[in-house]
Design a protein around this ligand. Sequence first.
Ligand code: 2AM
Ligand code: CA
Length: 264
Amino acid sequence: MENWTEIDRRVRLWIEEAGKAIRRSFKHSLSIQTKSNPNDLVTNIDKETERFFISNVRQTFPGHLILGEEGQGDHLSSLNGIVWIIDPIDGTMNFVHQQRHFAISIGVYEDGVGRLGYVYDVTHDELYCAERGKGAYMNGVQLPKLSSVPIEKALIAVNATWLVKNAYFDERKLVELATKVRGVRSYGSAALEMAYVASGRLDSYLTMRLSPWDFAAGKILIEEVGGVVSNLSGEPLDMLNRNSVFASSPGLHETILHHFLLEK
Ligand code: 2AM
Ligand code: CA
């Protein structure tokens, strides 16, 4: 039997410590490298933070497995057992250029089911967390269940660059949607944008291609308050591979999916 209370206690301590180290790093210059393309960045702080979490998890919970963005975790072909899905800094470009709008994202899954989710907005010291079946919280205050929002009053976030660039997505759908909603935002950190959906700061978030560490924690947060997370075709997310992501409050998810995303 896993002691989820103990796992939760440890993660919070580690997130607090990692957050402090990241804030201290603002005073020093970064070592920045590119990954898949010139806009896909990684810094020494992403790598150090991932190493910090991985060594703590391995030491404290030796039977657990780890999937991490910077590749220092395990190479997994299934989600059997307890799997930590870690993005040490989600929104690295924001971290580098703005020192804000980035987050530590950690999801703890058991046999593919999300049990604990954490998104920590390091600059604003805001911790969004959820435990399956026990609700979601922001800095200790319980987040209310999401209710249905009419599309005319919806504030949504999209990763516009990706939607427009993708050959398989008709950007006219995005134009139609943007015309219909109250407003469109783009913050550049998927984990944070999903935490915003969970807390009602946004009503929906749409993007073309994310990896499991970008959405693992956010999915748990959103589902815990009654929101819906799927790909842009309305199908469940594959937790081991890249997916498009459409996260939304209930009701609005159905409206946007059927009126704007699926072929009519
Ligand atoms: P990252 O900062 O951890 O890379 C940017 O809109 C969002 O998409 C961020 O959450 C970013 O996560 C994520 N993302 C995933 N893959 C990416 C890629 N190849 N290039 C840029 N952003 C990516
Ligand atoms: Ca990420």
